[in-house]
Design a protein around this ligand. Structure first.
Ligand code: HEM
Length: 496
């Protein structure tokens, strides 16, 4: 058959076998090229369009496919089908990333790490887009863009700027908890296999009686925590900038499949109104003494993507993608992210990005969205493109309705937001420091000193002093260690 004959032949994108692929058509051996060499145009034009915008954050990343297996029954908290029975397995994709660097940046930068999961469930794809830290730098999405600007390049020098970073952090003390984690040993994990993951946000669980619980997800590495020291991470940037990519790829290729235990913290809805910490404040954790970890299941990554661009660069994770039995919470950051990700992906990948195989729901999708660039799924064929209609039998299913949420009814917003306790940015980072063994405390201090030493310019002293106040308020020993490291004289009587 003719088409089979063509299987081993080099062809144009439209299927015409090439007669020549290296020499352009020219006027004689030494003459100029001919406009009619369509193959030359096709090759050059496609090459010019190979790059798509990198992710505006988390641009450098690595991913693998795997399986989630339920090991414990949590059906009293959620009716989500993924958790319906012990032993149930669901296919998933996990993408790890650094945050601030570009697509070509080094894997061992001091930075939080992304921990983005896509679970292909029967009720649609569930994306849980977390980090390797349980908290975040800011607690209102309005601050996100400003914050990220400080992590990227300075508009004038085109270089990263410790001055911008510490200026922003010192003016936003709610960042202190996350900055403490970032400056600790956990700011430079030894690749992606040796770190935990967290939803960070609070989500809802809804059970079959339509009762709501608030839930935080934890993913504890079964490989054990392992970190680089600051010096090792720095050296690795030049030795092997793709250390984490290589480590993940090689281990999976060798059959050494990394695994994480999924655990949850659960808070009954009624307690969320009285608990002394705002459970929807992304800069705070729920102490495990109050809300212990509950076992759920295990993730195993066991298949490397065949093609990085196809399955990793084009992967689109969105906190908006929850499934029946899992809902949002009033966490303001989560609310902002619900809007932001699909918006970014429509820009990065196009309006029909959900049809790209890695993003497509493997079960079914039915809706009346039609057309748009790169529509490749049949576009609904002859079926009506409006709802309601008298011709098909596609209907909404009210059993998927979420129970209502009891919320405050006044529009609060800007002025009375920071109720009692909300402005305590110091107790939890201080507790974290006091929990560390002396060596970890010392590493934290010296990492902060190293990072703050880069602050320069006319505002240097002002920024250092403002940030030192935050460290002192978290813990006087921490503040004193950093002040001494920076050579700042502190009058001990001021500490009383
Ligand atoms: C990626 C926005 C906070 C984790 C992204 C992207 C955007 C974004 C636009 C790129 C998406 C894409 O092009 O596919 C925001 C906004 C935030 C926020 C507006 C706050 C309001 C957070 C938080 C976490 C997080 C709190 C973790 C708990 C991630 C991860 C990725 C990402 C892991 C990479 C996903 C991937 O692997 O493709 N973020 N983000 N972000 N964000 Fe956020």
């Amino acid at each position: 058959m003719k088409d089979q004959d063509n299987h081993n032949k080099l062809t144009t994108a439209s299927g015409k076998p090439y007669a020549e692929n290296e020499d352009s058509k020219s006027v004689g051996a030494r003459g100029p090229l001919l406009l009619e060499d369509f193959i030359l145009h096709e090759k050059m034009a496609h090459f010019n369009r190979e790059r798509i915008p990198e992710r505006v954050v988390h641009a450098k990343g690595s991913a693998a496919f795997g399986t989630f297996t339920v090991t414990h029954d949590i059906t009293k908290y959620t009716k989500a089908k993924i958790f319906s029975e012990v032993g149930k397995k669901t296919d998933m994709l996990l993408r790890f990333s650094t945050v601030g660097g570009e697509k070509g940046s080094a894997d061992t930068e001091r930075d939080p790490r992304g921990f983005a999961m896509k679970y292909y469930t029967e009720d649609g794809n569930w994306d849980l887009v977390g980090n390797n830290t349980p908290v975040f730098f800011v607690k209102d999405p309005k601050k996100f863009g400003d914050f990220i600007h400080t992590q990227k390049r300075d508009p004038y020098t085109n270089m990263k700027s410790p001055t911008m970073m510490w200026d922003f952090w010192s003016l936003n003390p709610e960042s202190l908890h996350q900055v403490t984690i970032l400056m600790s040993d956990r700011g430079t994990p030894h690749g992606y296999r040796h770190m935990h993951g967290f939803s960070s946000h609070t989500f809802s669980f809804i059970n079959s009686n339509n009762e709501r619980f608030y839930v935080k997800f934890h993913f504890l590495t079964k490989q054990g925590i392992k970190n680089f020291t600051d010096a090792e991470a720095g050296a690795m940037k030049s030795q092997d900038p793709d250390f984490a990519q290589r480590d993940l790829l090689d281990n999976i290729d060798a059959g050494n499949f990394p695994r994480w235990d999924m655990k949850i913290q659960v808070m009954p809805e009624a307690e969320s109104r009285t608990y002394h910490i705002n459970p929807f404040d992304l800069t705070k954790v729920w102490p495990h003494g109050d809300y212990p970890l509950i076992d759920v299941g295990v993730i195993e990554l066991n298949r490397n993507p065949d093609n990085y661009f196809q399955d990793v660069e084009q992967a689109a994770f969105a906190p908006a993608h929850v499934v029946d039995g899992i809902g949002f919470s009033p966490d303001k950051m989560l609310q902002g992210r619900i809007l932001s990700y699909p918006d970014a992906q429509r820009y990065r990948l196009g309006a029909n990005y959900e049809q790209i195989p890695v993003n497509r729901c493997p079960y079914f999708t039915n809706n009346y969205q039609r057309d748009g660039q790169m529509r490749i799924d049949g576009n609904g064929g002859k079926m009506p493109n409006y709802f309601p209609n008298s011709f098909d039998n596609i209907a909404v299913d009210e059993s998927y309705k979420e129970p209502s949420q009891e919320l405050e009814s006044n529009v609060s917003g800007w002025y009375d937001r920071n109720a009692a306790g909300e402005n305590d940015h110091y107790t939890q980072p201080g507790n974290l420091f006091r929990l560390m063994v002396p060596e970890q405390q010392q590493n934290l201090i010296s990492n902060v000193v190293g990072a703050m030493s880069g602050i320069d310019g006319p505002k240097r002293e002002e920024i250092i002093n403002r940030q030192l106040c935050h460290w002192f308020r978290a813990d006087p020993r921490l503040g004193m260690g950093i002040a001494q490291g920076l050579g700042v004289q502190i009058d001990p009587s001021m500490l009383r």
